[in-house]
Ligand binder design. Structure first.
Ligand code: TA6
Length: 315
């Protein structure tokens, strides 16, 4: 259970009346947001977005009393909120390496920042009614044995009718630093068999399920089995079309050249153990990043900003 003192200090410094409040969820502190556009929740552990739900603007929906649209972000029914344990679902931040560490298999998958507790450094409201939160990874949460570079990491989250994330890496050291990274977003879907991913056609991908072979995507992607692919040199925009919920999620990115598409399906879900009963049927990860050939080198004194903006369009 987080200390009441820490919660009180956070709410004193950063709460926004009627819009943003910090609460405890089991071991973790979560920022709970509600504004004219949407509701959202973000755990300080990993600066991990856990939910984002846009409020309905269409009269018909409101008349039916459905003030909120279907969730955009998927969180496992069996997600745990235990200090230092990764949370299944939401938007984990993978940094400063994606997947297994290139040399050390004993290092944590997807880096160390998703299990670290980030600081809140700023909260604000925009004139358009969005809620902004800035998180920074404290140096005390950087295991120097795993990462000795003098870098600074921030995540800027903007919650409104769109959800915007900016992951900023600053290199305060005297040498170039190379990272791989991803915003490992779990999107909620009506039924995995009813969705199509568009915008990756023509891109080369690494198939993690077929001996990491390189292949080329020919068509929009439909999913009817386990999928784990790292698309390289991808375009700034792709989309997730969901016939069941009659919506398209536009994924607009900046400074991202890789896109990962992942669904564990049945067997891998069972091995993971925290996907929940048939959870794989209602989620699809489309991850915005820079991985493998697309990893990023940041010169001394320079910074890099990986951006993703999610927008819902009715279809
Ligand atoms: O992004 C896809 C992936 O790298 C898969 O290979 C799968 O392992 C997934 O991430 C989840 O990783 P996690 O460490 O959260 O279980």
């Amino acid at each position: 259970m987080p200390s009441q003192q820490k919660l009180a200090t956070l709410n004193e410094q950063f709460a926004i009346e009627g819009q943003l409040q910090f609460n405890a969820t089991d071991d973790l502190i979560v920022a709970n947001i509600t504004n004219q556009h949407a509701t959202a929740s973000i755990a300080l552990q990993g600066a991990q977005v856990l939910s984002w739900v846009v409020k309905r603007e269409d009269k018909r929906g409101a008349e039916r009393g459905a003030n909120e649209q279907q969730p955009l972000i998927w969180l496992s029914d069996e997600a745990t909120f235990i200090a230092g344990k990764t949370i299944r679902g939401g938007i984990p931040v993978c940094w400063p390496w994606f997947g297994a560490h290139p040399d050390r298999e004993d290092y944590p998958a997807h880096g160390f920042v998703r299990a670290a507790v980030w600081d809140v450094v700023e909260t604000s409201t925009t004139a358009a009614g969005q809620t902004n939160v800035v998180f920074r990874l404290p140096q005390t949460q950087v295991p120097l044995a795993l990462w000795s570079h003098n870098t600074e990491l921030e995540l800027h989250v903007s919650v409104g009718a769109t959800l915007e994330l900016n992951l900023i890496t600053r290199n305060h050291g005297s040498e170039t630093v190379t990272i791989s990274q991803a915003l490992h977003s779990y999107f909620a879907v009506s039924d995995i068999k009813d969705v199509t991913v568009k915008g990756l056609e023509g891109c080369q991908f690494i198939d993690a399920l077929d001996d990491w072979q390189r292949k080329v995507e020919i068509t929009p992607i439909c999913i009817d089995a386990e999928i784990d692919r790292i698309y390289q040199n991808t375009k700034p925009v792709c989309s997730l079309e969901d016939k069941g919920w009659q919506r398209r999620i536009n994924i607009e990115t900046n400074n991202s050249r890789s896109t990962v598409v992942w669904n564990p399906w049945i067997e891998k879900s069972a091995r993971l153990g925290d996907m929940g009963e048939d959870g794989y049927l209602n989620m699809l990860c489309i991850e915005t990043g820079n991985i493998g050939d697309d990893r990023v080198s940041i010169a001394a004194g320079a910074e890099h900003c990986l951006s993703a903006c999610y927008r819902i369009v009715k279809i």
